[in-house]
Design a protein around this ligand. Structure first.
Ligand code: FE
Length: 227
């Protein structure tokens, strides 16, 4: 009878985390939209993001955007429209602002959950790293640009890593806005609405932003969005 080889003491149980599942799940849904599954347990991002913050953010805030979106598109032609198309179609139209804001926030949050990982931080995969170095000089300079975007966003909004005009760029958007409405490809998102950090950090946005960028950013997800 064969016996299993003894496990090397340094070998950890490793189940690779699926990449981009929340966004993919949300985009594959038909009306009415429901919360997409989180890619990790609610305590997995602690201590940078506490379980309490994650639960409020996911169970209450993200759910509220989905509920408001479902209510806004019920019995309209937008019910049958894929979510990305809905966001692009309603962007910049004042009479569609309720639909746009809730659709974009529903998508932005799924994308944000996928942008974070308990195994995040470190360096991007090789091809993305080369593209970042071509744009910023170094990965560290890119991290600095993300920090500055997240810190300089006045009020609620988002800091993004995007692909635009064949270059990796850092941009920020206010409220629900999303760079896909300007033809850019989102690669990573950092939520800088106060609800993302206030329970843990109060007014110390910088501590939240630094923790996310150093320890949680999922560079494999960013690279997967280049395809
Ligand atoms: Fe949020």
């Amino acid at each position: 009878m064969n016996s299993l080889p003894a496990k090397h003491p340094l070998q950890r149980d490793f189940s690779p985390e699926p990449i981009g599942v929340a966004t993919a799940m949300l985009e594959s849904m038909a009306f009415p939209y429901e919360l997409p599954a989180l890619p990790y347990p609610t305590d997995a991002l602690s201590p940078v993001i506490s379980e309490k913050t994650l639960r409020f953010h996911y169970d209450k805030h993200h759910q509220a955007y989905l509920d408001a979106l479902n209510k806004a598109i019920d019995d309209t032609e937008f019910q049958a429209m894929p979510l990305r198309a809905l966001i692009r179609t309603t962007a910049g139209k004042p009479d569609k602002d309720v639909i746009f804001n809730n659709a974009a926030q529903a998508w932005n949050h799924a994308f944000y959950w996928d942008s974070l990982s308990p195994r995040g931080g470190g360096d991007p995969p090789a091809m993305l790293k080369q593209m970042i170095e071509a744009s910023f000089g170094s990965v560290q300079a890119c991290r600095q640009a993300l920090t500055e975007a997240a810190m300089s966003q006045f009020g609620s909004g988002w800091a993004w890593l995007v692909l635009g005009d064949k270059r990796i760029r850092v941009v920020r958007t206010g409220d629900a806005d999303n760079p896909m409405t300007r033809g850019q490809v989102p690669l990573l998102a950092i939520d800088v609405w106060e609800h993302a950090y206030y329970l843990d950090y109060q007014n110390r946005r910088k501590d939240y932003v630094s923790g996310v960028i150093e320890d949680l950013l999922n560079w494999d997800f960013a690279a997967s969005n280049l395809a």
